[in-house]
Structures are given as structure tokens and as C-alpha cells.
Design a protein around this ligand. Structure first.
Ligand code: DUC
Ligand code: ZN
Ligand code: ZN
Length: 461
């Protein structure tokens, strides 16, 4: 087995910052130390660089069927883009179809991902049809490493579950160790507002943000958390975007409830001003939960500092502006929901370190360690320690670059951050000990990424 030595850098984990060398043997980190006289077949000079764990993006949707089309990144293109951006693990979502079993959905997604991914990947399961059969199946899936289940309080007629179904799934989660992830928006009320907006002739993209009212996210967040409490189950709120929803979450956490949440870079850096861009341009920024007015951002940054928000994932779900987003020309409710982001998350969060929003170790905690622990992957992923997978990024904290669709690797024809300059970039990326990005050169291979059988949530033992 070949050995790799990463020398001269500053190792940054969620816990420590250390000027040490990292020794990799085969696929694993075997030692950290100074002046050990180690030899290796590959030596990577990390002088002036951070040596950080590969990013763990716990919320992506490659090839998701949505709104009559499919998310434009495949597992191949999406994991390649992730690698370029310093992310070495994704957890994507298999989808149960209405009337179908969890097993059938999982098999379909396993087949889509197998042999395609350049980095390691796990799967959550979207439960679109909670019934006796699918509830029974949850236990088996947890045992196979699919240990988290997403439910929707939004999208009536598609993914929506009513409160009774949600309660049953939460009860099963409590019994099996499966973590319920919730898309918390009151979809029944939203659909009324959508109908009323369209009847008034309000069809532009910006009305997507108007009808998906912040209070409807707050109400659903509170309801989901309280249902979880009744069931005696933990809950993980996905893509939290509104101050009012964060208030509900923080109140419950102050009461000792096991409620966790993620937010996404788009809610930290973009706003309803983007949704209101002239013409149809706002369609590029249509996602759900929606972007909020700018004044919500300060509350989200604070939530990230206080740990009420404990993860930053991307909800990467790209649709091209031409040929996909334009399905909603003249009717905002038909714009496919979702934004690209898997490639830019690590850099946008490093920028947040430079801007003083979060500390350097908190960057790693939010982007690597906590998502790994939350979804049963720690310490194999999310840290650099003897025994962990050698998923390592040599990160240049001084490299300035401009985010643009011209240069990104995601399979989508626009960037949400077109023209924005950020400082910091993944220079060299290792996935289980193999160099897959080498100072501007891509050396990854589709199929090298392995399926990850995940343990249960690491915060509940
Ligand atoms: N939100 C999105 O923006 N896209 C896919 C599904 C979701 O919940
Ligand atoms: Zn969602
Ligand atoms: Zn999602």
C-alpha cells in the first residue's frame, strides 16, 4: 500500500489547529506528528496551507425528478464538482414513489449512483408514502446504513405527509434509531396563497418568496418539533431559512428538546432581492424553503455561532436557466425548485471565517464534523485522526478567485454567485488516500466513490 505524507501545513479540525504532518497509509490516516522521520512514496508540501478534513455535504439531490424535469447534475458530474470544491462525501436522497416501497426507491437510487461517483456517498430516504408497509421497512433500512428519512410538510399531492403520518414516522424513528429530517413549510396553506397570487396575475418569480411566507415555515417548524417531542424522537430540520423558524427551534432547544437544524449558503448570502431580479432572472433563485429578506441573514449567522444551527449543507438541486427554470415562465409555481451549490459551500464558509461570522474550527465543525456525526459517519469522515478515512483537503486560504458559471464544474448554466470574489480554495484533494484534485488538475475517476453504510445519529448515544 502506498504512503502519502502531507507536510508543513496547519491541520484544522473541529477541535484543534496544529502545525503537524499527516501520514496516510493506503486509504487511512495513520498518524499525525512532528519530525518523525516518516518516509512516503508521495509527499505533499502544504506549507502556508490548511490541511482540513474533506467536506461532508449531507444534503444533495443529484438527478432528482422534480416539477416535470430532473436536477441537471448526475451522480458523476455532481460528485466531480463536489471534489473540485473540497467536498469528499455527499449524502443524497433516494426517493420512495407514491404507492411504491422504500426498497424499490432505494434500489433505483443505488443503481443510479453505483459506478458513477468520484467521492464516497451515502443515501437518506425520502418517504413520500408513509403507510404500514413503509413504516415496517424503516428498521431494515437503518440496518443497511440508510439511517435517516426525509418527510415533507410541503408539496401536497407529491411528497406531502399529514401530521398523523409524520407522527407515525417519528415514532418509528424513536424505535429504530432512524433520524427524521423535515422539510418544514405548511404546504396546504402555501397552495392557497399560490392560487390566490396567480388569480391576481402575480406570476413573476418573486411571488415564490411571497407565498412561501416565513410564518408558514415557523409554524411548520414548531409543529414538527412538537410532534417529535410527543413521539420521543429527535428531529433534524432541513434548509432552515427564516428568523421566525429559528426562534421556534431555539425555544425548543432551550427546553432541552433534541431538535437539530441545518441552513444552507444561499440563505446566508442571497435574498429576496435576487428573487426580484428583473425579467425572469429571479427564477435562478427559486428554491424551497425560499430565500428571505436580507435581514434574516444576521439571525442565521448568530444561530450558526450559538449552535442552534449545527450544520451547513447545500440542498444542491440544480436546474438550468434555459430549458428547465423556464418551465415556469408566466407561472412561478411551475419553476423547478432548487439551486446549485455543492462546489461552492466550503469556499463560501471560509469566506465567512474571513468576514468574522464564524471561527476557523467552527467552519470545519459546520461543514465536516457535525454533518458526519449527525448522519452516522464520524470519525470515519469529518475529521483527520488516526483511523479516519484519508479524505483530506490541502486548502489555500489566500487564493482569490471569482465564482462563475464559466469556470465552475457543476452541470448547470448559471452561478448564483456570478462575479463574486472569494478568498480560499481547495488546492489538493484526497479521497481515501487517492489524490483526485491536484493543484488545478482533476485526477478523480467515476466509480471510485463507495457507498457508505451509515451508523445512526451520533448525537443521541
Ligand atoms: N427544495 C428545493 O429547493 N429543491 C428540491 C426539494 C426541496 O425541498
Ligand atoms: Zn426540502
Ligand atoms: Zn432538499
Amino acid at each position: 500500500m502506498s504512503r502519502t505524507l502531507i507536510t508543513g501545513g496547519t491541520v484544522v479540525t473541529a477541535a484543534d489547529e496544529m502545525a503537524v504532518d499527516v501520514l496516510v497509509d493506503g486509504e487511512k490516516v495513520v498518524a499525525l506528528g512532528v519530525d518523525q522521520g516518516w518516509t512516503a512514496s508521495t509527499v505533499i508540501d502544504a506549507t502556508g496551507r490548511y490541511v482540513i478534513p474533506g467536506g461532508v455535504d449531507a444534503h444533495t439531490h443529484m438527478e432528482l425528478p422534480f416539477g416535470g424535469t430532473f436536477a441537471s447534475d448526475t451522480f458523476e458530474t455532481g460528485t466531480r464538482a463536489a471534489a473540485w470544491g473540497g467536498t469528499t462525501t455527499i449524502v443524497d436522497f433516494a426517493v420512495q414513489s407514491m404507492g411504491g416501497s422504500l426498497r424499490a426507491g432505494l434500489d433505483t437510487w443505488m443503481a443510479k449512483a453505483q459506478g458513477e461517483c468520484a467521492i464516497d456517498y451515502g443515501l437518506h430516504m425520502i418517504m413520500a408514502d408513509v403507510n404500514e408497509g413503509s413504516l415496517k421497512e424503516m428498521e431494515g433500512l437503518v440496518g443497511e446504513g440508510v439511517s435517516s428519512f426525509k418527510l415533507f410538510m410541503a408539496y401536497p399531492g407529491v411528497f406531502y405527509s399529514d401530521d398523523g403520518k409524520i407522527l407515525r414516522a417519528l415514532q418509528k424513528g424513536a424505535e429504530t434509531g432512524g433520524l427524521i429530517m423535515m422539510h418544514a413549510e405548511n404546504g396546504i396553506a402555501i397552495d392557497v396563497l399560490v392560487e390566490q397570487a396567480l388569480a391576481r396575475g402575480n406570476s413573476d418569480p418573486r411571488f415564490h418568496g411571497v407565498v412561501r411566507h416565513a410564518l408558514l415555515e415557523a409554524e411548520a417548524t414548531s409543529r414538527a418539533i412538537r410532534l417529535a417531542q410527543v413521539a420521543g424522537a429527535p428531529i433534524y430540520i432541513v434548509h432552515l431559512s427564516a428568523t421566525e423558524a429559528l426562534d421556534e427551534l431555539a425555544r425548543a432547544r432551550d427546553q432541552g428538546v433534541n431538535a437539530f437544524a441545518e441552513t444552507c449558503p444561499q440563505y446566508l448570502y442571497l435574498s429576496t432581492d435576487d428573487l426580484a431580479r428583473p425579467g425572469f432572472e429571479g427564477a435562478k433563485y427559486v428554491c424551497s424553503t425560499p430565500l428571505r429578506p436580507q435581514d434574516h441573514q444576521a439571525a442565521l449567522w448568530k444561530g450558526l455561532r450559538t449552535d442552534d444551527l449545527s450544520v451547513v449543507s447545500t440542498d444542491h438541486c440544480p436546474f438550468c436557466y434555459t430549458g428547465q427554470k423556464d418551465l415556469g415562465l408566466g407561472d412561478f409555481s411551475k419553476i423547478p425548485n432548487g439551486l446549485p451549490g455543492v462546489e461552492t459551500r466550503m469556499d463560501l464558509l471560509h469566506q465567512a471565517v474571513l468576514d468574522g461570522h464564524i471561527g476557523r474550527r467552527r467552519w470545519i465543525e459546520l461543514a465536516c464534523a457535525t454533518p458526519a456525526r449527525m448522519f452516522g459517519l464520524y470519525p470515519r469522515k469529518g475529521t483527520i485522526a488516526p483511523g479516519s478515512d484519508a479524505d483530506i483537503v490541502v486548502y489555500d486560504p489566500t487564493a482569490r478567485h471569482v465564482l462563475s458559471a464559466e469556470t465552475h464544474h457543476m452541470n448547470v448554466d448559471y452561478s448564483c454567485y456570478e462575479g463574486k470574489t472569494v478568498t480560499g480554495r481547495a488546492e489538493t484533494v484526497l479521497s481515501r488516500g487517492r489524490v483526485i484534485v491536484d493543484r488545478g488538475e482533476y485526477r478523480g475517476r467515476k466509480g471510485d466513490g463507495h457507498f457508505l453504510r451509515r451508523d445512526t445519529c451520533g448525537y443521541l448515544r
